[in-house]
Design a protein around this ligand. Sequence first.
Ligand code: SF4
Length: 355
Amino acid sequence: MIPLSPTSLKTENWQQQLADAYCQIEDLLSALGLSEFYRPEMETAAEKFGFRVPRYFAALMKQGDINDPLLLQVLPVSAELVPTPGFTRDPLDDQAAHVGHGILHKYHGRALLITTGSCAINCRYCFRRHFPYADHLALRDQWQPALEQIRQTPDIREIILSGGDPLILSNARLAALVHALENIPHLRRLRIHTRLPVVLPARIDSQLLELLGSTRLATSMVIHANHSQELTVELEHALSPLREAGITLLNQSVLLKGINDEASTLVQLCESLFSMGVLPYYLHQLDRVDGAAHFAVDDVTALLLHEDMERLLPGYLLPRLVRETAGAKSKQTLHRSQNQKNSFQCDQRHHNHLT
Ligand code: SF4
């Protein structure tokens, strides 16, 4: 068995850690003392959406626990192979929102730039698990058309770097992109959606800090943690200089059956996030992507759970329970109807909330 320890990785740089990630299911299960749970169908599931887990993240999983909440997020299982009505390859119709050159323009004032198709980790519930990145990437030598398009759209105030995971780009490539964006006068804000700090805190290195701390664009970083077990001293040390550099830190989670679908689990996550300077931002209902139906929590359960959280947390630590709907002008907040306690609907009044 290969010993796992997050602290033993301290001396390696992030690219080395990325290269050393687990890419064989059997290796990870063996390292966790779970070889007996290996099944060939896991490989079939991984053929549809690859398997990749950084050793740092694997080291946060409990030995000998096949139901570990971090392991369940990344372990391919046969349930992914079962077609489920209502679960599709492109649940948010990102293809329709694609306006060209890797830009998705769904919501007023903001545009999302697909910078890469790669991630440090492959989360089994990912709504872009079938996304045809090759057709949409704003690759290095394709950035000029995307930048030109943004330049010609003055109502875009904020650029969201997405992917894949934008922090998988080298510092040099990120710097070239950020500097080019800075030169577009009507842009005011830069937002980075990334899971990398959570799964590989070493990614927040001095060059990245220098870049993000010096841009004229008001910068926020939206990290992605689903369970307090993902919040470590290493992560806290990585985030602290970002905060000191004036970067707003937010978190989004996905509500996942069997992983974080209890109020106490999510309350602990929100409180731990705040203690490291991160505000809970969104709790997403699962996007109905083919292969992820086994993670779905129904709306009634989600709303009752969110009500429990509301009782237990101060308002500023309560993430908004939202669903993204193809074609809608913003994310939709789920709320429980006051008049019909047993019926639920999406609240359209919050259309101007942050995306
Ligand atoms: S890191 Fe984000 S984009 Fe990448 S697989 Fe996980 S959820 Fe999807």
